[in-house]
Design a binder for this molecule. Structure first.
Ligand code: C2E
Ligand code: MG
Ligand code: MG
Ligand code: MG
Length: 288
């Protein structure tokens, strides 16, 4: 009987698992060529100041224009690149491209790039970053590095050392997806973050029964006390934006404020109804 059950499970999962493994393998094979052929692009998504309702900076989000598959999501190819080691080359391409945009575009004052834990831990990361930034003639203070807490878990002391050195060179550092995984409030005081990004999972749950509102309040409060800029990710509705503005969140990012877009189509201002909504909260005493 047990054997039967086992076989049934195998039959249920086998096709899907195979498809997943196949897809990963195919992407892995295509990655090298894709990097060499320039199939990647940075889409930019605005980050908006709650008080002024102006765009303060953009997050660079990587897209792959695959010749057969169309646009492939980073959710699908970043893990593949990390597993194969290609993430180093891809990550350097991202730095190059971010610097090119910063050197070219006066509309883009600041840019945040996502840095994989593997890339961050690579021995040469800081030196290579400096090289690219210097050659592009870009002020490091215009570049923010988004890392996730997984960077901090494995090798605490080394991570702290690297972060301090990066800060000394002028880069801004953001803690991405805060509140997921093993997040600990003590990270916030131990590491020199300029920015905390509240994970969009909490933003999505605002207004529902549950603890999201209390958690969001606490993150905003603590981040503020530590002098960090608190950004909410995944803001999709005016209700969420209003709640975050009233709670003293500094900046908003999400489809409500602007979709990730190619450089030539980036949002430079915020939809009028959002500006009006934020102004209403300001009159009612929101903001910090
Ligand atoms: P992330 O850094 O947390 O980026 C935010 C993700 O949320 C992006 O997904 C963005 O498109 C999406 N998003 C923005 N606003 C909204 C919203 O209002 N609602 C919802 N549901 N989603 C929203 P995307 O572009 O698919 O990127 C996914 C993840 O892939 C990123 O999460 C980041 O971890 C990783 N990634 C993206 N670009 C790079 C890169 O250049 N290097 C590395 N290492 N990772 C990257
Ligand atoms: Mg990010
Ligand atoms: Mg993010
Ligand atoms: Mg995030």
């Amino acid at each position: 009987h047990a054997k039967n059950a086992g076989r049934n499970i195998w039959q249920i999962f086998k096709p899907g698992m195979n498809a997943l493994i196949e897809k990963r393998r195919a992407l892995e094979v295509d990655l090298d060529a894709g990097i060499a052929k320039g199939e990647f692009e940075l889409f930019l998504q605005p980050r908006v100041d709650v008080v002024s309702a102006e765009v303060t900076s953009y997050e660079a989000l990587l897209r792959w224009h695959h010749p057969e598959r169309g646009i492939v999501s980073p959710v699908d190819f970043i893990p593949v690149a990390e597993a194969s080691g290609n993430i180093i080359a891809l990550g350097e391409w991202v730095i190059h491209e971010a610097c090119r945009i910063l050197a070219l575009e006066e509309n883009v004052e600041k840019l945040s790039i996502n840095v994989s834990p593997i890339q961050f831990r690579h021995t040469d990361f800081h030196r290579r970053l400096d090289d690219i930034v210097r050659r592009a003639g870009v002020d490091p203070r215009r570049l923010e590095l988004e890392i996730t807490e997984s960077v901090l878990i494995d090798d605490d002391k080394r991570a702290l050392k690297i972060l301090k050195e990066l800060k000394t060179s002028g880069y801004a550092i953001a803690l991405d997806d805060f509140g997921t995984g093993y997040s600990s409030l003590s990270y916030l005081s131990r590491y020199p973050f300029d920015t905390i990004k509240i994970d969009r999972g909490f933003v999505a749950n605002l207004g529902d029964e549950g603890s999201a509102e209390a958690i969001v309040h606490s993150i905003i409060d603590l981040g503020g006390r530590l002098g960090m800029t608190v950004v909410a990710e995944g803001v999709e509705t005016l209700e969420q934006a209003s709640f975050l503005a009233r709670s003293g969140c500094d900046e908003l990012q999400g489809y409500l404020l602007g979709q990730p877009q190619p450089l030539e189509r980036i949002a430079v201002s915020v939809p009028a109804e959002v500006v009006a909504g934020l102004a209403r909260e300001k009159r009612n005493g929101g903001g910090r």
